[in-house]
Design a protein around this ligand. Structure first.
Ligand code: ZN
Length: 443
């Protein structure tokens, strides 16, 4: 398909200057400060000292885990496309549509019934890969605390969420396609962006609690400094929430999520258990950075551009495929819900190729949040220690192209370099206790 290749090349070309412009400031470098007044602090040596806290065996393990993820990205795409092709080639998609048309004459309900069948069938067909990636492989690397029973329960809850949220998106989307015909894609992209904003609004209150228990953090020695930072940064939060992420894994994380009435500052129990106060503060400074810098809105705008181009590509790809195989697959046109597997193939191809762009969008915002965290919490040594904890599942030292393509957060080396570069200019913030603290693996 030379034309397809051409379209993809143009898309990548259009987006690459944006991506490159962003990546150029997301790679921290330890440029020595000029002049005799520069502090006597060797950034490179400090970075190496932190990196050396992780043993070569620990480093090799996280590298193997993370690099395996590159292949998983490819296998997920290929398996997904193969399953979609099965649904089309053997007429299962057309049969699911026929069944929904027999059940009701109300078209939005037909779309919803088709969606339920579609998500159930594809979840079953891709289950072997899901259980390998999400359960066995995570256990192999010591990154999952769950036994099969609770893990399966989380999967089923996730499936339930997909059934409901997917229907909320797919039903009006197909309504738009039927109403607008070939020019559906701009409105479709706008609808999708509104939907994503809606999901991020309701998620902290209605979705996250389905997987974890959220309680108010009572420990004043941790809560008060966090709330003080929140006030100083103009974040309207009165409480800090703690959630039991240790149910699933030992990974440390936190977030400032939702907006308006659903705004929440949350941190997980792993962060509380495994980290010191300076480490918690720098993490919360990072999360508050996401909020103050309006990353969820900016992310929606940047991803919105990616979505609009994606929908245009899907529109073109579907017309191309429908003209050739539509009749053989029993598809009645672009407004027929049975085309969904075809749309998924074209979409997943697009997003697979867009991986460096979408990763760069998030990675550049993560880098900004790191800078914000350093400036607000002023704990560069705590930051470097947290960066090591994140290195349990993210390769610490990738090459620059590798980081550009595969990293949705900066690598450990990039982040520690940024922290030490900041510390060089703020020598009064040095923490001997943090520097001396050994790296303790949670695996
Ligand atoms: Zn972040």
């Amino acid at each position: 398909m030379p034309r397809a290749t051409w379209v993809i090349a143009v898309l990548l070309l259009l987006l690459s200057p944006l991506a490159i412009a962003q990546t150029s400031n997301t790679t921290a470098s330890a440029v020595p400060t000029a002049g005799a007044s520069a502090p006597a602090f060797d950034v490179n040596a400090a970075v190496e000292a932190y990196l050396a806290k992780m043993s070569p065996a620990q480093r090799a393990r996280s590298t193997a885990y993370f690099e395996g993820g590159y292949w998983i990205g490819l296998w997920d795409f290929l398996t997904g496309a193969a399953v979609m092709w099965l649904l089309l080639r053997f007429g299962w998609s057309a049969r699911m549509r026929n069944l929904s048309e027999r059940i009701t004459r109300f078209r939005p309900l037909q779309t919803a019934i088709y969606w339920v069948q579609f998500i159930l069938v594809t979840s079953v067909l891709t289950f072997p890969l899901t259980v390998y990636e999400g359960y066995f492989r995570e256990h192999k690397y010591g990154l999952l605390n769950q036994t099969l029973g609770p893990w399966m329960k989380d999967q089923l809850v996730g499936l339930g969420v997909s059934v409901v949220l997917g229907a909320i998106l797919v039903v009006p989307l197909f309504g738009l396609v039927r109403k607008l015909g070939r020019s559906w894609w701009v409105a479709g992209a706008v609808l999708t962006i509104v939907f994503l904003a809606f999901v991020s609004l309701i998620a902290p209150v209605y979705i996250f609690p389905l997987f974890n228990t959220y309680t108010k953090l009572e420990d004043a020695t941790v809560r008060n400094p966090i709330l003080s930072m929140a006030r100083a940064n103009g974040i309207p939060a009165r409480d800090v929430y703690e959630f039991d992420a240790s149910r699933q894994s030992n990974r440390v994380s936190a977030n400032v999520s939702g907006f308006a009435q659903t705004l929440r500052i949350s941190l997980n129990d792993n962060l509380l258990k495994r980290c010191t106060l300076p480490e918690i503060e720098t993490t919360m400074g990072h999360e508050m950075g996401h909020y103050v810098l309006n990353h969820s809105y900016k992310g929606l705008v940047m991803m919105g551009v990616v979505w609009v181009i994606g929908f245009a590509f899907v529109n073109w790809g579907m017309s191309f495929a429908l003209a050739r195989w539509g009749e053989r697959w029993g598809l009645k046109g672009i407004g027929d819900v049975a085309v969904l597997p075809l749309a998924v193939i074209v979409f997943s191809l697009y997003f697979f190729l867009m991986t460096p762009v979408t990763n760069t969008i998030t990675r550049s915002m993560e880098y900004e949040a790191d800078m914000y965290g350093l400036n607000s919490a002023r704990q560069p040594d705590g930051e470097a220690n947290v960066d090591l904890l994140l290195g349990e599942y993210r390769k610490m030292e990738p090459g620059p192209i590798e980081e550009f393509i595969f990293f949705d957060h900066p690598s450990g080396r990039t982040r520690i370099t940024a922290a030490m570069r900041w510390k060089a200019e703020h020598p009064e913030t040095a923490s001997p206790a943090e520097m001396a603290r050994p790296f303790q693996s949670g695996q």
